[in-house]
Design a protein. Structure first.
Ligand code: OAD
Length: 256
């Protein structure tokens, strides 16, 4: 398809679909100032994932891991949803049948949903199924307790967050390398993908599994796949339409 026909084809695929699954990655938050993982300036270029985002790393040096997450919280906490998050949230609240699935832990989709729904509005439909957890929650390493995050003092292991229920060490509520994804959002995401007539993919290389399987499931079930990304992705070969460029420019126009 030539590039001038692509936006119309993408709009048509979304318009005709009764059910749509939207799959997002770090790229949708890039224009908010949140670093991506791969590519120039990506977090995994500067830091080693296995030293910071794995159960082994946490077991070895919980203070260092917490220091890194405290830094990420501070960086991401100062960022705001951008035009792509907001357009997506408004679009989802304005029509039925859309399931938003995200690999992001930055909570910017939730914040956009609240902004789009307005005071007293119901933002829940525009909140994502979070496959990789949230930077802004912690859970206990010993018992099932989970809580919203509060400021972390990573001076020593003793000052790190501890569980109010059992005294165990708390950890960030994110999925680390080698860990299982949370069952409920994963099941709901794959179920939505299997039923969707269109799949809108925004800002992800599609390199991380099982999350990337959501898009393959949608495609295998007959969905038209629209990919929005300024770079190359693992989904390019299966995409029906590629919109090449930044999400903050493309998504608001696409979903207008
Ligand atoms: P990546 O860093 O792998 O990919 C980011 C994608 O965003 C790339 O395809 C970029 O081209 C694209 N991108 C950059 N700027 C963009 C913009 N302005 N608009 C749209 N797209 C843009 O991030 P993910 O694919 O999300 O996992 O990474 C997947 C997982 O790998 C993450 O959830 C994380 C990481 O390890 C865990 O932490 C478990």
């Amino acid at each position: 398809m030539n590039s001038s026909a692509a936006p119309a084809a993408a709009r048509e695929a979304l318009r005709r679909a009764v059910r749509v699954v939207v799959f997002t990655g770090a790229g949708i938050s890039a224009e908010s100032g949140v670093p991506t993982f791969r590519g120039a300036g990506g977090l995994w270029k500067t830091f080693k994932a296995e030293d910071l985002a794995s159960p082994t790393a946490f077991g070895r040096d919980p203070r260092l891991v917490w220091e890194w997450y405290a830094w990420r919280r501070e960086t991401v906490g100062g960022c705001r949803p951008n035009a792509a998050h907001l357009a997506l949230a408004r679009w989802i609240l304005g029509r039925a049948g859309v399931t938003l699935v995200s690999q992001n832990v930055d909570d910017l989709h939730e914040r956009a949903a609240r902004e789009a729904a307005g005071e007293g509005g119901d933002a829940r439909r525009a909140e994502p199924l979070k496959l990789h957890g949230s930077l802004f929650h912690d859970h206990c390493t010993r018992c099932p307790h989970r809580q919203a995050s509060s400021p972390v003092d990573a001076a020593s292991v003793a000052t790190l967050p501890h569980c109010p229920e059992c005294g165990g060490l708390m950890r960030p509520d994110v999925v680390w390398f080698g860990e299982m994804l949370p069952a409920r959002p994963v099941e709901a995401a794959f179920a939505a993908a299997a039923e969707a007539e269109a799949c809108l993919v925004i800002g992800t290389t599609g390199a991380v599994y099982p999350a990337a399987g959501v898009v393959h499931t949608a495609k295998a079930s007959g969905a038209r796949v629209v990919v929005v990304d300024p770079g190359e992705t693992e989904f390019d070969a299966l995409a029906d339409v590629r919109l090449v460029g930044p999400a903050g420019e493309i998504v608001p126009t696409l979903l207008k």
